[in-house]
Design a protein around this ligand. Sequence first.
Ligand code: GDP
Length: 229
Amino acid sequence: MSVLWQARFFTTVNRLADLPKYQIPEVAFAGRSNAGKSTAINLLCNQRKLAFASKTPGRTQHINFFSIGGAHVGQHRKDATRVEEIRAFMVDLPGYGYAEVSGSAKEHWQGLLGRYVQERQQLAGLVLIMDARRPFTELDTEMLAWFAPTGRPVHCLLSKSDKLNRSEGADALRFAHAILSSYVDDRQQPLPFSVQLFSATKRIGLEEADATVRGLLGLKSETTENGPQ
Ligand code: GDP
């Protein structure tokens, strides 16, 4: 059983000014729409409908916060002492790449997403979910380019890896390592970018993903002897 199983819906945000003010670590989940982001979050949190798996663009363009620990009261409640017990946030970012979204709506969420990943102090790291059969699309690399200057960790989940055979999986990992190692900081040092194969349906890579997210959130040691089940 993982501490991530405690995740509860906390708030939904459509403007940067509304981001929670708590100084606790956050890990954000990003990816193209349909990459398997909601399914991955739900599996990590052992809940069926925490993140909203939906293809309706209008309903997925907000930033959703899930709290770990605490009494799970909403941020607008007056009971601040209970809110303070919250120890970390998992953050579900709007999926990108909807063909249907255009014009001002697109600009709005691009601004929201870009500024959140570039400026959010509490953001300890990013989990980037990409379909293992089509990783590093243009929008994925745009997201990496936005985030790279922060110097913070990115962990890539190559999702739906159940669709690949063993050698295709190895190839996908090699390809991903090659791309990720091309990102360097100002001093030409590699950035803390990592990657793994993941499948929600076959539970491939679940323990590694769980441990990585907990590590980023500073909750590394918090699991039972059996690990996530
Ligand atoms: P999101 O838009 O990134 O949140 O994607 P969803 O989590 O809604 O998943 C998109 C589609 O991919 C859904 O039909 C899921 O059932 C499917 N899917 C998600 N994870 C997996 C996986 O590990 N393996 C397979 N084969 N399909 C998956």
